[in-house]
Design a binder for this molecule. Sequence first.
Ligand code: HAM
Length: 454
Amino acid sequence: MGLSAPVMSTLKTPEAIRGTQDIFGADAEAFAHVAETFERIRKLYRFRRIEMPVFEKTAVFSRSLGETTDVVSKEMYSFDDRGRESLTLRPEFTAGIARAFLTNGWQQHAPVRLATHGPLFRYERPQKGRYRQFHQLDAEIIGAAEPQADVELLVMADQLLKELGVADDVTLQLNTLGDASSRDAWRTVLVEYFMAHRDSLSEDSQERLERNPLRILDSKDPRDKELTRDAPQIDDYLSGEAQDFFGKVTQGLDAASVEYVRTPTLVRGLDYYRHTAFEFVPEPDSPAAKKMGSQSTLLGGGRYDGLIETLGGSPTPAVGWAAGIERLAMLVGDQAADPVDAAIVPIGDEAMTRAQSIAAELRRAHYTVEVFASGKLKKRMSRANEAGALAALIIGEDEIASGTVQFKDLLSGEQQALKPDEVLEPLMELTTARAMKDLESEVADLARLIDEDS
Ligand code: HAM
């Protein structure tokens, strides 16, 4: 029975919320590829997977990230629930994970290496690469004071970007903000310096001077950039201990052959950072930067030794990073869906029932199967080819009568009539041959990489 002609509805379809995305097709494949690659790599570094609530009490974020940060002062989705409690949709993972560390007593397992990914919410001005609902990969080590933890997280981030194939023209910008006393001393002289040049600052930075003076350092406005060049540098205010800590981080990166650029103006947008701070950013005017538009930071993070205390815990060192999944997915390019092993092409109602039975059997044996149930035969065969099918199992009237299927090898074009229980063997031969071919090309790629490296 065909579908009846569509009747136009008079109801208006509600629009999607600004800054949210419905991700479909190749974009969805790229998104899944990023998340799957992260899952694979975090296991190599022994990070345990955690699942976190999407909302928390508002204080979790306002106390952790800093009241004057853009995220807390302008971007949080906060609301009173029916019990009149102020709740907030998480704008980032770190504060919620720190809260969970305390409320669940994860201290007993410290240091803990935790990884998660999922949606976050910030009321930002939407543009390419910047959304109101976006997704992050997140990795944290809580309870580790040694610079080795910072190094491991950075090496892991570097490996992730390389394995995603997005590391070309991406620079690791690295800085230290020192310990609390170094940072405070530097902040005081910075404020004095910018106060003395207040009128030459951009309007935005004049406001930042009141609320969040360190953020002037990463302003893109040419007027601010001019002043920033001669601003006091953190290095002149670092305590011996902070210098020593940063030295060990850079030594570790050198030992692991991870390249970085020391970037003394990198301060990050959240208040909780101490010591190491970093971002992976595409080089200006590189193809990656052009694809990303102005929102280009792929991954950012650092050490946040004071955060657990602001949530009422005892002093606990911690370090971590997060990466925007959409931004990484924009760079990884089209990812093909996994190819189909067998395409089943039934002709007629009875054949459809047979197709369902064979499809169920093959899928239970872990073959990827798609039933191409409608349209002209030629069209169905070409869709099966496009889906990457190795074999087509065609079931027409003759096959129903003889209790067989036509098994067509789509590569050689050879065709034979088989009983349903004889299909598995030739299908296994075809899939094994494809797996071997894939493996050979992976080995060849690896050999080429090793060749380039040496
Ligand atoms: P963040 O720099 O705010 O850090 O965000 C990390 C990454 O999330 C950014 O580099 C970007 O790729 C992505 N991102 C942020 N906002 C948006 C948005 N509106 N649309 C699309 N992507 C976005 C944090 O969130 C820290 N919690 C990172 C961290 C973990 N530090 C220590 N541990």
